[in-house]
Ligand binder design. Sequence first.
Ligand SMILES: Nc1nc2c(c(=O)[nH]1)N[C@H]1C(S)=C(S)[C@@H](COP(=O)(O)OP(=O)(O)OC[C@H]3O[C@@H](n4cnc5c(=O)[nH]c(N)nc54)[C@H](O)[C@@H]3O)O[C@H]1N2
Ligand SMILES: Nc1nc2c(c(=O)[nH]1)N[C@H]1C(S)=C(S)[C@@H](COP(=O)(O)OP(=O)(O)OC[C@H]3O[C@@H](n4cnc5c(=O)[nH]c(N)nc54)[C@H](O)[C@@H]3O)O[C@H]1N2
Ligand SMILES: [Mo]
Length: 740
Amino acid sequence: MQEVLRREGNAVSTALALTQQNKHDGFVCVSCAWAKSHPPHVAEFCENGAKATAWDLTSRRIGADFFARHSVAQLEAMSDYALEEAGRLTEPMRWNPASDHYEPVSWEEAFGHIGTELKAMEPNQVVFYTSGRASNEAAYMWQLMARLYGTNNLPDSSNMCHESTSVALPMSLGAPVGTVTLEDFEHTDCILIFGQNTAVNAPRMLHQLDEAAKRDVPIINFNPLRERGLERFTNPQSPRQLLVTGSRQILTADHRLLPGGDMAVLVGIAKLLLEWDDEARAAGRPAVLDWPFIEAHTHGFEDFAELVRGHGWDEIERLSGLPRAEIEGTARSYARAKATMAVYGMGLTQHRAGVQTVRMLASLLLMRGNIGRPGAGICPVRGHSNVQGQRAVYVTEKPELAPLDTMAEMYAFEPPRLKGMDVVESAQAVIDGRARAVLQLGGNLVRSLPERGLLEPAWRQLKLTVMITTKLNRSHLVHGQVAYLLPCLSRIEIDRQASGPQIVSMEDSTSVIHPSRGIREPASRALLSEPAIIAGLAQAMLPPNPRVDWRGWVADYARVRDEIARTHTEWYADYNRRLMQPGGFLRPNPARKRDWRTVTGRAQFSRPESLFANPDVRISGGDVLALMTVRSNDQFNTTVYGTDDRFRGINGSRDIVMLNAADMKRLGLKAGDTIGLETAVDDGVERRVSGLRVVPFELPVGCAAGYFPELNPLLPLWHHALEAHVPAAKSIPVRVLMGS
Ligand SMILES: Nc1nc2c(c(=O)[nH]1)N[C@H]1C(S)=C(S)[C@@H](COP(=O)(O)OP(=O)(O)OC[C@H]3O[C@@H](n4cnc5c(=O)[nH]c(N)nc54)[C@H](O)[C@@H]3O)O[C@H]1N2
Ligand SMILES: Nc1nc2c(c(=O)[nH]1)N[C@H]1C(S)=C(S)[C@@H](COP(=O)(O)OP(=O)(O)OC[C@H]3O[C@@H](n4cnc5c(=O)[nH]c(N)nc54)[C@H](O)[C@@H]3O)O[C@H]1N2
Ligand SMILES: [Mo]
C-alpha cells in the first residue's frame, strides 16, 4: 500500500483522508460494500480501501494538453494500467474523428450534442449502464432519466456479479438481499464461507471473523484455491500491520473443492442431515432438523428431501472433488450449531447453475431454521460499494422491480413496460448491431464483459458512447462514432451545490444506508458531480416536465432523497432524517422477520435436480481444464494497481495461469513456461489468450486459475448463469496451447 501511496504522490493527504473513511461525518469507502461498524473502528479502512482512496486522490491530472499530445490510436498502445495511472480527467472531452484526438468541449455543448443524438434514436436501442459505485441519489436520477426517455435498458454491474443472488433469494426467501447484519456475527455459532475471498475483497469482514474465531466459532471455508489471506488474521485496519503476515488462525477447516462443486457439497451436507434426523428420531433423540420451523414456515420440503436423498455419494464425491469424510465434518459442525450463517461470493454466483446453487444454500439454512433469528442467516457479499443501493432505487432492466405506477403518477408520464436488456443482452445487442448507443455511469465494459474478440470491433460501430468517469480506461478508447468523456467528482471530494456541500447515500451488503460526504477539494474546477451530469443530460435529451425539477434536485440532494422516499414508504420513510442518525439506517428485509414474500407466502425449498454447476459444459478431465478468473489484492475489478498478488505469492506479471503440479507434469510443463489458453467449446468462435506464464499452485487437478480481466477474451457470452445471466467466469472450459 505504501507503494501505491508513494506512486500517487499524495501519501500525507491520503493518510489524513483515510481517518475519515467510513466514519459518519466522512465518506463511504469507494472500494467494497462490506458493512461499516458502529461505532466505527479508529481507522475503519483496509489495505485495499486505502489503495482505492489513494487511486482517486492521485495528484496526477490529464487535461487538454495530455489529449493533444496523444491520439486515441497512440493511447490504445498503452497498457490498461498506464491509462488509469495517467491521472484524473479534468474536463469534458469529445473525440474528433478528423484528428483522432479527444478535444475539450464545454459542458453545454456536450449535453446539447448528446441530447440531439439521443433524440434521433429509438430508446430501446440505447443502453444506460451503471457500475455499482454511484450513490443512491445519482442512481435514482439515472433510472428516471432512462425511463422518461422510454427504455428499461438499465443494466448494472450487479448483472455480472450477484444477480444470481437477486434471482435466487426472492424465490427462496421473498427478498433479494442478505439477511445478516453485523450484530449477527456476535451471536453466530458457525460460519460457512463459499467462494468469497474475504481478505482481498471484503477485508473489513476479517474483524467480524476474527471476533468469532476468538469465541471458537467454527469457520469453514470452501474454495478450490488456497487463499492464504483468509487463513490467518492480520488486522486490516492498522496501517502498520498491513504488511505483517499471519497472526491468529481464522479458518477451522479449508476444503479444496472443485470449481462448481458447491452444489454437490451442499447436497451432501443436506443428505447427511436427513439421515441423521431419521436416526435421531427413530432412536427418540432430539431431531436434527428444525421441524416446527419447516412446518410453520416453509413449502416444498418433501420434494426437496426426496431429490437430495436421490443423489448418490459417488456422484457427490466426484462432482465436489471432496471425500465424504470432509463433507461429514462440515455437516457435523452445522448440525451442532444453534445459529449458522452462510457467507458467499462470486465462487457461487458466477456459474451456469449459480441461481440453483444459491437456492440450495438457502435450502440448507432453512433445514435448521437458520433464517430470521439472531446469529443466523444468508450473507451474499456484494461487490461495489453501492451496488445493492442502486438496484434498490430501481436501476434495473426488470420493469416489475420498479414501482412504475407510482413513478407514472409522481412524474405524469407513461413509463416503458417492456423488459430492458441486462448486461449480457446489451453486449449481444452491441455485437449484433442492434444497440446504437451505450452510456456508462462508471465502469469499463470493454474490459469487464465476456467475449472480447467479438465485442471490441462491434463496440467501435456504436453511433454514440458516453462515459461518465473519473479516470481514463480502455472503454474510452474503444469508442463509438460520436464519443464523449464526462469527468465527474469522486465521492471523496467536496460536492458544492447551490444549497451548500452535499451528502450522498450508499447501502452496504447488510442493507444499512449510510451518508457520505466529500472531504477533499475537487481534482479540477471543471468537474461536475454525477447528479449534475445526469441532470445536464436529462435536460438536453428530454422534453421539459414540470414535475421533474432536475435543476432544483441538483441544488439540494435532500430533495432527491425526498423523491426516493415517496417511491417506497416502507424502505425509505423519513429518509433524510434517518440518514443522519449515527450508524445510518437499516432498509427492512421481511425475511429477517420470517415474513416470506414468496409466491406461497412461505420460505421455499428448492429442487436440487442436478449437481452440475455447468450442465452443458461438463468438465470431463482429459485435456479440458475448468478455468476460474479471479481477483488479486492489487486490483479493483478492471482497475489494476500493480502486478503483485501478495497473498498468493505471485509477482511481476498478471499474465499467468495457476495450475496443479500433477496437471503440469501430465502436460509436460514446468514453472515459468509460457503457454496459451483456448476456450474448449465448439461454437465456431475462436477464443485465445497467449503469453501466459505457468505458476504451480495449490488447486485441484483438472482446473486452472488466472486473472480477471486479462482472461476475459476466453469467456463466451452465452456461458452465463441460466436464470440470471451472470457470466460464468468461474468455470470456463479451456485447453492449453503449448509454447504460445
Ligand atoms: N480489493 C478488491 N476488493 C473488491 C474487488 C476487487 O476487485 N478488489 N471487487 C469487488 C467486487 S465488484 C466484487 S463482486 C467482490 C468479489 O469478491 P469475491 O466474491 O471474493 O470474488 P473473486 O475474487 O472473483 O472470487 C472469489 C473466490 O471464489 C473462489 N472460487 C472460484 N470458483 C469457485 C467455486 O466454484 N466454488 C467456490 N466455493 N469458490 C470458488 C476463488 O478462488 C476466489 O477465492 O469484491 C469486491 N471487492
Ligand atoms: N472474467 C471475469 N469477468 C468479470 C468478473 C470476474 O470475476 N471474472 N467480475 C464481474 C463483476 S463482479 C463486476 S462488478 C464487473 C465490473 O465491471 P465494471 O463496472 O465495468 O468495471 P469496474 O472496473 O468496476 O469500473 C471501473 C471504472 O469505473 C470508473 N469509476 C471509478 N470511480 C468512479 C466514480 O466514482 N464515478 C464514476 N462515474 N466512474 C467511476 C473508472 O473509470 C474505472 O475505470 O466485472 C465483471 N467481470
Ligand atoms: Mo462485482
